[in-house]
Design a protein around this ligand. Structure first.
Ligand SMILES: NC(=O)c1ccc[n+]([C@@H]2O[C@H](COP(=O)([O-])OP(=O)(O)OC[C@H]3O[C@@H](n4cnc5c(N)ncnc54)[C@H](OP(=O)(O)O)[C@@H]3O)[C@@H](O)[C@H]2O)c1
Length: 313
C-alpha cells in the first residue's frame, strides 16, 4: 500500500514508519523542515514537503495515497491557543483527509485517547465499543475537547472512508520517549525530592510500548473495519502508586501520597493535577481478537526497570 503518514518524526510516527516499511508498504511522510525531511529519509520514507496547515496539500497527498495514518500533532499551537486551537487544527486536517478519501473505501487511521469514553461513570474498563463522549468544554472541560476529532474520524465511515481511531493511553513508553508523561513525572520527582501519587494511589493507568502501538496502527490500516475504535493498551491498568514506587526505587526517592483534598491546590503536581487522579482502566480484548494484535514489547514496569528513563542528565 502507498501510505501517507503525518507526524512521522514524532514519538509514535517514528515507530509507525519503520513498522509499515517492514511490512512491505511504501511510505510518504510530511516534513515541514529540512531536519524533519532528513529524519524521515533516514527512516526510509519518501518526503512530502509541507505543513499540516496546508489543507489543500493534505487533500492532494491523501488522494495520491492508498491510505492515511494521521499522528501529526500541532503542539506549537498550545502556548498561544491551548488545546482548543490544537483541536480545531486537527479537526480541519481530518476533514480534509475525509474529503479526499470520501467514497473510496480507503483507510484513514488517526490517534485518539484512552479516556475519551469518560471515566467517572463507567465503573469498569473501557472497551472499544464505548464511543467517545461528545467533546467540548460543556462536557467535562479540556480533557474531552479532542473527542470531537475521534467522533469526526469515526463518522467518516458513513462517507465511504475506512476510518478508525487508535486510542493511545497517556503513558506511551519507549527508549525515545523524551516528551511524554513519564519524563514529566520523573522530572517532577527529581524537583520535589519525592514521587507523588494521588490519594491511596489505587487509580488505574493503562500503558503501551509505542512500538506495539505502531503495529496496531499498521493492522488498523491494513484490515480494520470502517468506523472502529482500537485500544493500544498493553497494561490494562496499573495502580498509580505502583508506577510512583517504580520511579521512586530507581531515583532513590520515597513515593508519597498527595491527599485528594489538596490535589487540585497549587502544589506537588502543578499542571498535571487534573490528570493524575484519573482512573482509566481499558480493555484490549476486541482489538486483539479482531485484528490479531499481540503486544511483544516490555510492559511499563519492566520498561521502567530497564533504566533508560533514568540515564544521567
Ligand atoms: N501518550 C501519547 O503519546 C499519546 C496519548 C494520547 C494521544 N496521543 C496522540 O497521538 C498523536 C501523536 O502523538 P506523538 O506523541 O507521536 O506526537 P509528537 O511526538 O508530538 O509528534 C508530533 C508530530 O507532528 C508534527 N507536526 C507538528 N506540527 C506540524 C505542522 N504544523 N506541520 C507538519 N507536521 C507537524 C511534528 O513534526 P516536527 O518534527 O516538524 O516537529 C511531529 O512529527 C497526537 O495526536 C497525540 O495527541 C498521544
Amino acid at each position: 500500500m502507498r501510505v501517507f503518514v503525518t507526524g512521522g518524526t514524532g514519538h509514535s510516527g517514528s515507530y509507525i514508519i519503520p513498522e509499515l516499511i517492514a511490512a512491505g508498504h511504501e511510505v510518504t511522510s510530511l516534513a515541514r523542515s529540512d531536519t524533519a525531511a532528513t529524519a524521515l529519509s533516514a527512516l526510509g520514507a519518501k518526503v512530502r514537503r509541507g505543513g499540516l496547515e496546508d489543507l489543500d496539500g493534505l487533500k492532494e497527498a491523501a488522494a495520491d495515497s492508498d491510505g492515511v495514518i494521521h499522528v501529526g500533532f500541532r503542539r506549537e499551537l498550545l502556548p498561544s491557543g491551548g488545546i482548543n486551537a490544537v483541536t480545531a487544527a486537527e479537526l480541519s486536517a481530518v476533514l480534509a483527509f475525509g474529503e479526499a478519501l470520501a467514497g473510496t473505501g480507503k483507510p484513514l487511521v488517526a490517534a485518539g485517547s484512552i479516556g475519551s469514553p469518560g471515566w467517572e461513570d463507567l465503573g469498569r474498563p473501557a472497551t472499544e465499543e464505548d464511543p467517545a463522549l461528545p467533546g467540548g468544554d460543556e462536557y467535562g472541560g479540556t480533557l474531552r475537547v479532542r473527542n470531537v476529532v475521534e467522533t469526526t474520524v469515526v463518522g467518516l465511515a458513513e462517507q465511504g472512508v475506512r476510518s478508525s481511531i487508535v486510542r493511545l493511553p497517556t503513558i506511551a513508553h519507549s527508549t525515545t520517549d523524551t516528551a511524554g508523561f513519564l519524563p514529566l513525572l520523573i522530572a517532577l520527582a527529581k524537583e520535589k525530592g519525592v514521587v507523588g501519587y494521588p490519594g491511596d494511589g489505587a487509580n488505574l493507568w493503562p500503558a503501551v510500548h509505542i512500538r506495539d502501538a505502531a503495529s496496531l496502527f499498521r493492522l488498523a490500516l491494513e484490515k480494520g473495519p470502517a468506523g472502529s475504535y482500537w485500544h493500544a493498551v498493553q497494561d490494562e491498568g496499573i495502580p498509580f502508586r505502583e508506577i510512583a514506587e517504580a520511579i521512586g526505587s530507581r531515583l532513590g526517592l520515597p513515593a508519597v501520597s498527595i491527599p485528594a483534598d489538596v490535589l487540585m491546590l497549587p502544589g506537588h503536581f502543578g499542571f498535571l493535577a487534573n490528570m493524575v487522579a484519573l482512573d482509566l482502566p481499558a480493555s484490549n480484548l476486541i482489538t486483539r481478537r479482531t485484528l490479531g494484535w499481540e503486544p511483544t514489547q516490555p510492559g511499563l514496569l519492566a520498561d521502567l526497570d530497564n533504566g533508560h528513563y533514568f540515564a544521567a542528565g
